[in-house]
Design a protein around this ligand. Structure first.
Ligand SMILES: Nc1ncnc2c1ncn2[C@@H]1O[C@H](COP(=O)(O)OP(=O)(O)OP(=O)(O)O)[C@@H](O)[C@H]1O
Length: 354
């Protein structure tokens, strides 16, 4: 498996820039999720890496070898890249074994033990080997597609929203099986997704894309706890954003005096909390009114209105929920992350990475 390095990648369609100066490094044997809203350029980036499209500027290196840009254009079939599309893309006229064998060198295509090994790798029973693709569930089809992609021991595996067509339960199982197979084989992988929970739970690092650029590249915990700006913060999870005044490592806000998670200059500031940091306490705290509850079973999202009218969300255990319309008190645990205050009439400056 090889590291992937993308440097200064740019691509426009007509006059519309779709990628502008994207830099991305995926270390060998790790998985990076490309996360971003629809139209931000994820698929375009994936297609250029795969060799299905060419960059206008910048380079793509695989294992230290330039495969695109700088006057080079190694054809897709010679890049040694495995591709798992949104919906399997299995050959309907071939059996499961035939599909997996298709990824193997010709001399190994009849090697049933090798095929059984690949099916086991993705958590599929070898008894499915002679079925046709249409006799499989969507999740099983995606596992076969991954087995086929991994069969030739590619230098890199690209997965383009591989779970998006699956329902919630199947999605979770399939996601786990895919992660396990990628780890077992030591694959270098790039996974495109819209789903922040999927990105955070699957990848070693997450690349958040926004309008054709990389807004932040970080490991999941850093991304969630120390997002580069408040847009990234809101994109990777629900955000509670408050105005406040910082002084000596603390901030005075509508939710009381909070500890700051990193240094910031004294003065006006915006701070980020996550809903799970807001506790609905019986004791001391800031008063709030319960406006609504989204019940998920294991826990719930409680929408609260503070005395200023600002609405914020808290997470509460499913067994211990307040009644909508009731008054509660809110206490904050953990630190708040500071960002520059919005100057009147403008957007906050993007702070330096934490
Ligand atoms: N061949 C093309 N010709 C013209 N415009 C294109 C072409 N391919 C993509 N685009 C445009 O480039 C932008 C980025 O598209 P891309 O498919 O890379 O986004 P994406 O982040 O993968 O979106 P989604 O999550 O919806 O798949 C979009 O505005 C799209 O309309």
């Amino acid at each position: 498996m090889s590291a992937l390095t993308v440097t200064g990648l740019a691509r426009s369609y007509g006059r519309t820039p779709v990628l502008t100066g994207v830099d991305l490094h995926v270390p060998s044997g790790t998985t990076t999720a490309l996360l971003g809203p629809s139209g931000c350029g994820k698929t375009t980036l994936l297609r250029i890496v795969a060799g299905f499209d060419d960059p206008d500027a910048g380079t793509v290196e695989l294992g230290g070898r330039v495969v695109a840009g700088a006057g080079r254009g190694v054809p897709a079939r010679r890049r040694g890249i495995g591709f798992v599309p949104q919906e399997g893309g299995l050959f309907p006229h071939l059996s499961v074994a035939g599909n997996v064998a298709f990824g193997l060198p010709r001399r190994l295509r009849r090697d049933r033990a090798r095929i059984a090994g690949l099916l086991a790798l993705v958590g599929l029973d070898v008894a499915l080997a002679d079925r046709a693709p249409h006799q499989l569930s969507g999740g099983q089809q995606q596992r076969v597609a991954l087995a086929r992609a991994l069969a030739p021991e590619p230098s890199l595996v690209l997965l383009d929203e591989p779970f998006s067509s699956l329902d919630a339960a199947l999605r979770e199982d399939t996601r786990r099986a895919v992660v396990e197979a990628l780890r077992t084989t030591g694959a270098t992988a790039v996974l495109v997704t819209h789903d922040q929970a999927e990105a955070l739970s699957t990848a070693d690092q997450v690349a958040v894309m926004r309008g054709g650029t990389l807004a932040q590249l970080a490991d999941p915990r850093t991304l969630y706890r120390e997002p580069r700006d408040l847009d990234v913060a809101a994109f990777v999870g629900e955000a509670v954003v408050l105005d406040g005044v910082a002084a000596a490592g603390r901030v005075t806000s509508e939710l009381g005096e909070l500890t700051l998670g990193r240094p910031c200059p004294d003065g006006p500031v915006r701070v980020l909390l996550r809903p799970e940091q807001l506790r609905l306490a019986g004791g001391p705290g800031v008063p709030a009114r319960v406006c609504g509850i989204d019940f998920y079973g294991h826990d719930a999202r409680v929408e609260l209105q503070l005395s200023s009218g600002l609405r914020v969300s808290a997470r509460a255990e499913g067994a211990d929920l307040p009644v909508p319309g009731s008054q509660v008190t809110v206490a904050v645990r953990g630190a708040a992350v500071p960002f520059p205050a919005v100057p009147s009439g403008g957007r906050p400056e993007v702070p330096a990475p934490a």
